[in-house]
Design a protein around this ligand. Structure first.
Ligand code: PMP
Length: 446
């Protein structure tokens, strides 16, 4: 049972933050891990579907490191395989036999990945795939969907300023994720809202012959799990073919999670290039990109890809075992069922309170929205009551349920979330909703 006090104590985490800040910017190793000077938590350990912070607060974790821990933390089968990989020696800057085995399995699971290359992170995989698309087409521009996140490299660090947009007049402004991104690159990036067929067609008509890639995440894992319609994806596929544009499907979050064949299997769409990371090794750092043979073979002549740590023996062995489990057992069905049961339980509670809501994405990585109809794109998100979510999330943290504080990040399910996790989550959720309503009605939020 969860035993956190409400509000929970973060004494050690706060002290750690003060200490860490003296050597680490924001006290952490990725800016997304900073949740505020007194809200940044430091983890002691993770096991199954739960983590414990250094104050010994326990959480049922629905962040799962942004998705990787698909089997649960410290899965003994994967860890044993990783140790075997460790005994092999680490990194050689030479190939190993296992690379072919894992690549063949990926191709079997995701037929679009006819050939495969390994990278170390999602960022690196998307960066390499975009470079390959540019090398293949001889073009530099690219199209991205509003609200997407494709990693931290210059070409992907552009966004539309939805927070600053009033939702009615004009268009949201193009901006970078922070400084350090050359402004000259702005002319290469073109945005389109998800599920807006006219806009999509318009951008292809205006720019298609200069565009190397259409970069799309059909379930947007960093933006409310917004979900592309099959018509939108079919139109994108047709337009890519018409204009000779590479359809680059980013499956860093959806890959091997929403189905064995990822979002491509789910939607019946075939990418020219696709990228994978998170779920493929249950948390060990490895990523991959793959695609059409004629595109991938350009790596043999004109486009460079590599890296000292690519296909590291530890991470590769972990990927081999994780993918074996995901392909050959009913793990993904178990995860989906838990997700559906969680949503059914949440709906029952919210209906009792008379709170309109809906879900986006897939039960294994879904968004929860406080409105009747799911948002269809990022502009639509502006009109959901995200204030309710943003108020609820910290109450859930105190109650031992770790969800992302920002409503734009979906909830992730792993195979180790069991009935006890479900029951405890729903008990906490009911309390959290009551606390949120009381807080908002008291005017404390104003
Ligand atoms: N693409 C998508 C869709 C992602 O969700 C992420 C990470 N959240 C990335 C790329 C970048 O991956 P990484 O953090 O491993 O560099």
């Amino acid at each position: 049972m969860l035993k956190n006090s409400t509000p929970r104590a973060l004494t050690r985490s706060n002290a750690q933050f003060a200490k860490a800040r003296t050597r680490l910017p924001l006290g952490v190793s990725s800016s997304f891990r900073y949740w505020g000077d007194e809200k940044t938590i430091y983890v002691k350990r993770g096991l199954g579907g739960r983590i414990w912070d250094i104050d010994d607060n326990a959480y049922i974790d629905y962040r799962l490191g942004y998705g990787p821990a698909i089997l649960g933390y410290a899965d003994p089968r994967v860890d044993e395989a990783a140790m075997e990989g460790m005994r092999r020696g680490g990194v050689f800057a030479l190939g190993t036999e296992l690379e072919y085995e894992v690549a063949a399995r990926i191709s079997r699971m995701v037929p679009a990945a006819e050939l495969v290359r390994f990278s170390n992170s999602g960022t690196e995989a998307v960066m390499a795939a975009l470079r390959l698309a540019r090398g293949f087409t001889g073009r530099d521009a690219y199209i991205i969907v509003e609200g997407s996140y494709h990693g931290l490299f210059d070409a992907a660090m552009w966004q539309v300023d939805m927070d600053g947009w009033d939702g009615k007049t004009g268009e949201p402004e193009l901006q970078t994720y922070g400084d350090g991104i050359p402004r000259q690159l702005a002319s290469l990036v073109h945005f389109t809202p998800l599920n807006d067929l006219d806009r999509l067609e318009g951008v292809f008509k205006a720019q298609g012959d200069k565009v190397a890639a259409f970069l799309v995440e059909p379930i947007m894992g960093n933006c409310c799990a917004l979900t592309a319609s099959t018509e939108f994806l079919a139109a994108a596929r047709r337009l890519c073919d018409q204009y000779g544009v590479v359809m680059l499907v980013d499956e860093v979050k959806t890959g091997f999670r929403v189905a064995r064949g990822g979002v491509q299997e789910l939607f019946g769409v075939r990418a020219d290039l696709c990228t994978f990371a998170k779920a493929m090794a249950n948390g060990y750092p490895i990523a991959a990109f793959g695609g059409r043979e004629d595109i991938m073979r350009v790596i043999e002549t004109r486009v460079r890809h590599g890296g000292t740590y690519t296909a590291h023996s530890v991470a590769l062995a972990a990927a081999n075992k994780t993918l074996e489990i995901l392909e050959e057992t009913d793990t993904l069905e178990t995860i989906r069922t838990y997700g559906l049961n969680l949503q059914a339980g949440i709906t029952k509670i919210l209906n009792e309170f008379g709170i309109p809501h809906c879900y986006t994405g897939h039960p294994s990585m879904g968004g929860l929205f406080f409105r009747r109809e799911p948002p269809t794109n990022y502009r639509d998100w502006k009109t959901s009551d995200y204030n309710f979510y943003d108020t609820l999330a910290p109450f859930l943290h105190d109650l031992g349920v770790l969800v992302e504080p920002d409503s734009r990040e979906p909830w992730f399910i792993c195979a180790a979330h069991d009935q006890a996790c479900l029951d405890e989550t729903l008990t906490a959720f009911r309390t959290g909703v009551a606390q949120t309503l009381e807080y908002l009605q008291s005017g404390a939020a104003a």
